[in-house]
Design a protein around this ligand. Structure first.
Ligand code: GLV
Length: 323
């Protein structure tokens, strides 16, 4: 039987390409420029499978790909999928859940500690030659150990953050989630709170929900106004879960103390964004899963999902909406 045609929208590790080639008739995009919605459309006409990042998939996209059966994202997020349009066309979607949990949770802790102890701000201070006196209370930060941490969205990454917080930093951990996680309450001692209560009582707030219609701008002016004035806000999920203008105002007016961000409403963040002028924000370029080992693993997981789907099996990481 002829192998199914697949298109891979960027270069991938050699082992992953070899694995795909065993099972599929695979074309890998090796062009200099990164493919976008507009530039990928003429490359998908005759493919049954697609391996790609967060390129938007809508009705029009699907009309350009009449043979398509599966889209395998090499990301954990799948907010690029128009789920209803895909369902209508019988196209399924997969992600890389599980392949990056530790790596993202590590970064979130980097942001927590970095923002609490003002590591980036004070590094700049020293490098600018401004350190003239020894120890000074102007360098004081906020304790992480023993503080309280509120996690909004207790999925796999949220769990890894909670584990680090409980076991490594002796923090009180509160969480808010669509479903209560009684097993985690028992095993880790995390405490369920409704959203407002969590915001009012947490020293650190980490938002970790996926982006969808119900989480768009989940955190806005009202939510920031409920948070403690010395609280620290962390977002490494998706920028659009937060009303960024409201966040900027909260930071400028010291409604909250600081933020650690890996994601933004627009990425790359516009160079004139007021966020870039604030000392009390750490701004990272969406590097949550960006380590070599994890990236390689994500590509392999994505390739396996694609092959499973094309063989007619249920892929390991079929996204929940298609189950
Ligand atoms: C990164 O943001 C991902 O969704 O994997």
């Amino acid at each position: 039987m002829a192998k199914a045609k697949v298109f891979v929208a960027r270069e991938i590790p050699r082992e992953v390409e070899e694995f795909l080639a065993e099972h599929c008739d695979c074309t890998v995009w090796r062009g200099e420029e990164k493919l976008t919605y507009d530039t990928i459309l003429d490359k998908v006409q005759d493919v049954e499978g697609l391996l790609m990042g967060l390129i938007r998939v809508d009705e029009n996209f699907l009309n350009h790909a009449p043979k398509l059966k599966v889209i395998s994202n090499f990301t954990v997020g799948y907010n690029n999928f128009d789920i209803e349009a895909m369902k209508r066309r019988g196209v399924i979607g997969t992600n890389t859940a599980g392949a990056l949990d530790d790596t993202v949770a590590d970064l979130i802790f980097g942001l927590i500690i970095g923002a609490a102890r003002r590591i980036v701000e004070l590094d700049k201070y020293v490098k600018a030659g401004r350190w003239e006196k020894g120890q000074d209370e102007i360098f004081f930060g906020k304790d992480v150990s023993g503080s309280s941490l509120g996690i909004i969205g207790m999925g796999r990454i949220g769990y890894e953050v909670a584990k680090r917080a409980r076991l490594g930093f002796n923090m009180e951990v509160y969480y808010h989630n669509r479903n209560r996680r009684l097993e985690l309450e028992e095993s880790l001692g995390v405490v369920y709170k409704d959203m407002d209560e969590l915001l009012k009582t947490s020293d650190f707030v980490v938002v970790m929900t996926p982006l969808n219609e119900s989480t768009y701008h989940l955190i806005g002016e009202r939510e920031f106004s409920l948070m403690k004035e010395d609280s620290i806000f962390i977002n490494a999920s998706r920028g659009k879960v937060v009303d960024q203008e409201a966040l900027i105002k909260a930071l400028e007016n010291r409604k909250i103390q600081a933020a650690g961000l890996d994601v933004y409403e627009r990425e790359p963040i516009p160079k004139d964004s007021p966020l870039l002028k604030l000392d009390n924000v750490i701004t990272l370029p969406h590097i949550g899963a960006a380590t070599q080992r994890t990236r390689d693993r994500m590509f392999m997981v994505a390739a396996k999902n694609l092959v499973q789907a094309l063989k007619g099996e249920v892929p390991d990481n079929l996204v929940p909406e298609f189950r």
